[in-house]
Every structure is written in C-alpha cells, then in structure tokens.
Design a protein around this ligand. Sequence first.
Ligand SMILES: [Zn+2]
Length: 264
Amino acid sequence: MPVILDTQNSMRAARLLRFCYLCGRNFNPAEKVNSDHVPPTGLFAIADRNFPLILPTHQKCNAMRSADDQVVGQLVGVIHGRKPNPTHKKFRVSVGRFKDGSPAIAVRGLDLDHIIWRWVRGFHAALYNEYLPEDTRFLICPPLPEAELSASGPQFLPVAEAIPKFVEELKRNRATCTLDRIVCRNGKCRYECIWDQAEDGTWICIYALDLYQWIDLGHTSSSEPRGCIGSYIRSGGNVPMGATCATRLEFPISNHARLDPFGA
Ligand SMILES: [Zn+2]
C-alpha cells in the first residue's frame, strides 16, 4: 500500500517524530524543540494555509534556516498574486533575452536546489519515519531554467538526460496508484515519489514537487516548461521500510509534457 499523507489526521504522526529531520539526532528533554512547517507558511496565500506538514526540529538546527526562504516566498507569491513585502529580502532577478529575442528571467544567487532539498528531506522523514542525511546523493531539476553567467550573457543549462525518464516513471506509477504522496496546504503543495531499481540493483527515489503549478514560472516561448523533479539514493542503495516500489508493468502512457510530472 502506498504511503499517503493527505489529511490532517494522517500527518499527525510526523509531528511526533523522535528525531530531528535536519540533524538526525533524537530529542532529549533538555533541548528546545521547534515546530518546522515544511514548506514554510510564508509561501502560501492565507486561504491556503491549512493544513500544513509540521515536523519537530531542534531550535538550534532550525535557526540556521536560510533567508532565501523569503525569496522563494516572493517567487511563489507571484503565482498566487501576492504583492511583495518590501521589508523582506529583495528579489534578485535579472532579465535577459533568449536567442530568439523572448524575455528570460533568472533569479540570481538563489540556491533553490538547496532549499528544495531541505524540504525533500522533511518529506522523506514524514513518509518513512527516517532521517535522510544532508550529504545524500541527490539530483534536482528546479522549476526554472538554470543559467550560468558568461561574457556573452546567461547560458542556459540543459536539463539532465534522466529527467524525462523520471517524469515518465512518475506518470506510469500514478496510473497504477503506486506513488507515495504528501498533499497539504489546501492541495497547493503536492509531493509524489516512487522507488525504482537501476540496472546495477541500486534503488533510486524519484520525486516531483508542485507548489501552485510553479511549472508556469519558467514557461517561455523558447524554454520548455519544466516541473520540479529529482532523485536521491539512500546510503546502502536500498529502500526504506514501508516505501512503495515502482510497478514492473510495462505499458504505454501519454507523456506529451515530457518535463511536467503532474501534467498529461
Ligand atoms: Zn537537529
């Protein structure tokens, strides 16, 4: 049976985890414990704040949270129509042009991969009651085109070859109801994942995350819209207890939007 956390009741156990998902240590009575909202409340419109996924953390671990969360909040806020809060850290956005002349927007200096990775570790802890170390091998394709600055302007990086295959695998397993899933914040935050075995026997978690259809953030005439997709491998290369393994069934699926894990 897939692990599905999509009701307030099903998420209650996550609040009672005995370990901190950020450092992996168990709580002891002398330490102050925080309630960490994953992803943070500031990202969501007021109408969508219920119900959150809440995980306990050491106060000390949580204090290291990056101010970049505010910037992601502004970025996501653009989609749900919020006006930026002027007291928050400023958006560092550069506007350039693609080769065909269409406008390109890049967010400079925002380590979106790192922020998303932290949330993924929270989702893993909530789904499997297990700590996922920060230095786990992982891959993230964020929902915006990634660029490197060069003398001739921003150079957009190609999407990793594995990503369209991951999208197909997620869609195939959605069709067979074999995805583990977290849905919170009035359905505006969706995380889905599946454990699939590589040819060498290593098990890989393939995941996708949607916030307010943020695939629209990177949608331009010259870059293919892409969702947030990624993978990681537990040390040891096996599957956590209770996790759902990918279907072995081979069948054709429609995959028009090859970089959109939640699309058709
Ligand atoms: Zn901790």
